[in-house]
Ligand binder design. Structure first.
Ligand code: AMP
Ligand code: DBH
Length: 550
C-alpha cells in the first residue's frame, strides 16, 4: 500500500493496473491548464457575468493562476498545505484553485452555505494555512465569519478576500511575477484537493482526491456526456460541489478546452438569459431545480434551443418528473448518480428513453467494480435490492485522517460502503431504491442526522434527540427532529430549537425543518431508537395534513 498517515492510497498493484489500462494519464491540473492555454490561448475559458462582467481566455486564466501561485508561495503557502476555499460562482474560484493545484497546496472545498461551526472545523481539522472568501455574497458578509474563525483557530495565518478585504488581505494584492520553476511541483499520483462528504457522522469527513484519479473522472465524464471544445457548460449549482465541479462540470469543460459560464444563482431568471446569450449546451441541476426549470421553460421568452443535455442528480429524480424534461426543455436528460468519494453513474445519451427516465445510470468506467450485497455482504443477483459497495480507478480508499471511521466505511479489500440501497438491472444500470446511511437528502443537500442531533443535544432543556427524514413534495425529503425534553424542564417551542441550531453557526440547510416533542422514542427489539418508526410516524402526519388540505 502507498499509505500515508493522512490518506490511504491506492495499493500499488491497482495503481499499476489503472495506469497500464490508460485510465490514469499521468497528468496534473496545473499542467493540464498550461497545455490548453498553449494550444488555444485566445479561446474563452470562463465567463463571469457578475459585476462588470468578465471573460477570461485560457491564456489569461493560465497567467493569472501562475501569478497567484507565485504570490501564495511568497506568503509561505506551499506543497501539501491546506487552504479552505469558500467562494460563490465567481471567476476567482478558478484562479485560486488552479494556483493552489500548481503549487501542490490542497484546496478544501467549502460551500457558500457553510457557517462558523463548519468553517472552524475545516480550518482546525485540516490545520489550514489560509482561508479564501468573497467579501459579501447573497447579503452575507464572509469577512465577519473569517474574523471569528481566525480568532478561534490561531494556526490560520491568512484570510484572502475576493473584493473589498476589510481587515483581511485582498486576493488582488497577492499575485506577483510568476516563478520560473515551481519547487517540488505535485506529481500525478499525489493529492490535488480535499472534497467534502455529505456524511452520516457527527462531523463532515474530508475526501482526498489525486490528480490522476480525478482527471480520469473528468475525461471519462466528457466522453459520456458529449463534452468537447465546442461545448458551453453552465455552472448553476455551487461551483465547489463535486457534481458541478466534475460531472462533467467546470473542470471537465476546462479539460476539454470548452467554455464555462458561471451563474450566481440557479433560478430560471438568472440562468435562462445566460443560456440564450452564451449558447449554453450542457448544465447540471438537482431534482427540485430541474422541476422549477421544466415549469418555467413553458413561459420563458428566452431561447433555450442551444441546450442539448440536462444532467440531473444529487438526489433521486422521480420518473414522473424525468419524463417531463425532454418535452419541456427540448434536450436530452442525463441522470447522474455520483458521490464525492468517487463512483459516478450516468445514463447514456443514446440509452432508450425508458432507461433514461427509470434508472440512475451505470458507472463511468469498465474498471469500476460495483457490488450489490445483503446485510452479510453476500453478493445479490441482478434485480435484487441491496447495499452498494464500490471500488475503482477514481474511488477513494479512505477518508483523510479518519482511520477509525475508515475501518467501517470500507471493506477489508478496499470497497467503499456507499450507504446507498440500490438494484441493478439486467442492462447494468443502477436504480437507487433507498439509503441505509443515517442521512437526510434535502433535494441534493446532504444532512448527517448525527451531526444535527449533537447540536440539539447541547440545548440545556434537551434530554435526547433523533433526526429523521420526512417526505416533501418539492425537496423529496426534509429534516424532522424528534426531541425529548429533560424531566422538569420548562416547555420549549420548536422555533426555539431551530433558532438554537441556527445560532450554533450551521449552514441554513441543516436547521431542522420541523421539530416534534415526544416523551420517549419508539425502540427496536434490542432497545435502540427506532428511526424507522419515527420516519413512519412523521410520514403519516405529513400525509394526513396533505389529505386534510384537499
Ligand atoms: P456525497 O457523498 O455527499 O457526495 O453524496 C453522495 C450521495 O448522494 C450518494 O451516495 C447518494 O446517496 C446521493 N445521490 C447522488 N446522486 C443521486 C441520484 N441521482 N439519485 C439518488 N441519490 C443520489
Ligand atoms: O450528490 C453528489 O455528491 C453527486 C451527484 C452527482 C456527485 O458527487 C456527482 C454527481 O459527482
Amino acid at each position: 500500500m502507498t499509505e500515508t498517515t493522512d490518506a490511504p492510497g491506492y495499493p500499488a498493484e491497482f495503481a499499476e493496473r489503472y495506469r497500464a489500462a490508460g485510465y490514469w494519464r499521468g497528468e496534473t491540473f496545473g499542467q493540464m491548464l498550461r497545455d490548453r492555454a498553449q494550444a488555444h490561448p485566445d479561446r474563452i475559458a470562463i465567463v463571469d457575468p457578475s459585476g462588470e462582467g468578465r471573460r477570461w481566455t485560457y491564456g489569461e486564466l493560465d497567467l493569472r493562476a501562475d501569478r497567484l501561485a507565485a504570490g501564495f508561495l511568497a506568503h509561505g503557502i506551499g506543497k501539501g498545505d491546506r487552504v479552505v476555499v469558500q467562494l460563490p460562482n465567481v471567476a476567482e474560484f478558478f484562479e485560486v484553485v488552479f494556483a493552489l493545484f500548481r503549487i501542490g497546496a490542497l484546496p478544501v472545498f467549502a460551500l457558500p452555505a457553510h457557517r462558523e461551526t463548519e468553517i472552524r472545523h475545516f480550518c482546525a481539522f485540516t490545520e489550514a494555512a489560509a482561508y479564501v472568501i468573497a467579501d459579501v455574497s447573497e447579503g452575507y458578509d464572509y469577512r465577519e465569519l473569517a474574523s471569528k474563525v481566525r480568532a478561534e483557530v490561531p494556526g490560520l495565518k491568512h484570510v484572502f478576500v475576493a473584493g473589498d478585504p476589510g481587515e483581511h488581505t485582498a486576493l488582488a494584492a497577492v499575485p506577483t511575477e510568476p516563478v520560473a520553476v515551481i519547487p517540488d511541483a505535485p506529481a500525478p499520483h499525489e493529492l490535488a484537493f480535499l472534497q467534502l462528504s455529505g456524511g452520516s457522522t457527527g462531523v463532515p469527513k474530508l475526501i482526498p482526491r489525486t490528480h490522476d484519479d480525478y482527471i480520469y473522472s473528468l475525461w471519462g465524464s466528457n466522453e459520456i456526456c458529449g463534452v468537447d471544445e465546442d461545448s458551453v457548460y453552465l455552472c448553476a449549482l455551487p461551483a465547489a460541489h463535486n457534481f458541478p465541479l466534475s460531472s462533467p462540470g467546470t473542470l471537465g469543460a476546462l479539460y476539454a478546452g470548452a467554455r464555462v459560464v458561471l451563474a450566481r444563482r440557479p433560478s430560471p431568471d438568472v440562468a435562462f438569459p445566460l443560456i440564450a446569450a452564451e449558447g449554453v449546451t450542457i448544465t447540471g441541476l438537482v431534482p427540485p431545480l430541474a422541476l422549477v426549470w421544466t415549469e418555467a421553460a413553458a413561459e420563458t421568452p428566452y431561447d433555450l434551443s442551444s441546450l442539448q443535455v440536462l444532467l440531473v442528480g444529487g438526489a433521486k429524480f422521480s420518473e414522473e418528473a424525468a419524463r417531463r424534461v425532454r418535452p419541456a426543455l427540448g434536450c436530452t436528460l442525463q441522470q447522474v448518480f455520483g458521490m464525492a468519494e468517487g463512483l459516478v453513474n450516468y445514463t447514456r445519451l443514446d440509452d432508450p428513453e425508458e432507461i433514461i427516465v427509470t434508472t440512475q445510470g451505470r458507472p463511468i468506467s469498465p474498471a469500476d467494480e460495483v457490488r450489490v450485497v445483503d446485510d452479510e455482504d453476500n453478493d445479490l443477483p441482478a434485480g435484487e435490492t441491496g447495499h452498494l459497495l464500490t471500488r475503482g480507478p477514481y474511488t477513494i480508499r479512505g477518508y483523510w485522517r479518519a482511520p477509525e471511521h475508515n475501518a467501517t466505511a470500507f471493506t477489508a479489500d478496499g470497497f467503499y460502503r456507499t450507504g446507498d440501497v440500490v438494484r441493478r438491472t439486467e442492462t447494468g444500470h443502477l436504480v437507487v431504491e433507498g439509503r441505509a446511511k443515517d442521512q437526510i437528502n434535502r433535494g441534493g443537500e446532504k444532512v448527517a442526522a448525527e451531526e444535527i442531533e449533537n447540536h440539539i443535544l447541547a440545548h440545556p432543556a434537551v434530554h435526547d434527540a433523533a433526526v429523521v427524514s420526512m417526505p416533501d413534495a418539492y425537496l423529496g425529503e426534509r429534516t424532522c427532529a424528534y426531541v425529548v425534553l429533560r424531566e422538569g424542564a420548562a416547555p420549549v417551542k420548536s422555533i426555539a430549537i431551530k433558532k438554537f441550531v441556527r445560532e450554533r453557526g450551521l449552514a441554513a440547510f441543516k436547521v431542522p425543518d420541523r421539530v416534534e416533542f415526544v416523551t420517549e422514542f419508539p425502540q427496536t427489539g434490542i432497545g435502540k431508537v427506532s428511526k424507522k418508526d419515527l420516519r413512519a410516524a412523521i410520514a403519516a402526519q405529513v400525509a394526513a395534513a396533505a389529505a386534510a388540505q384537499r
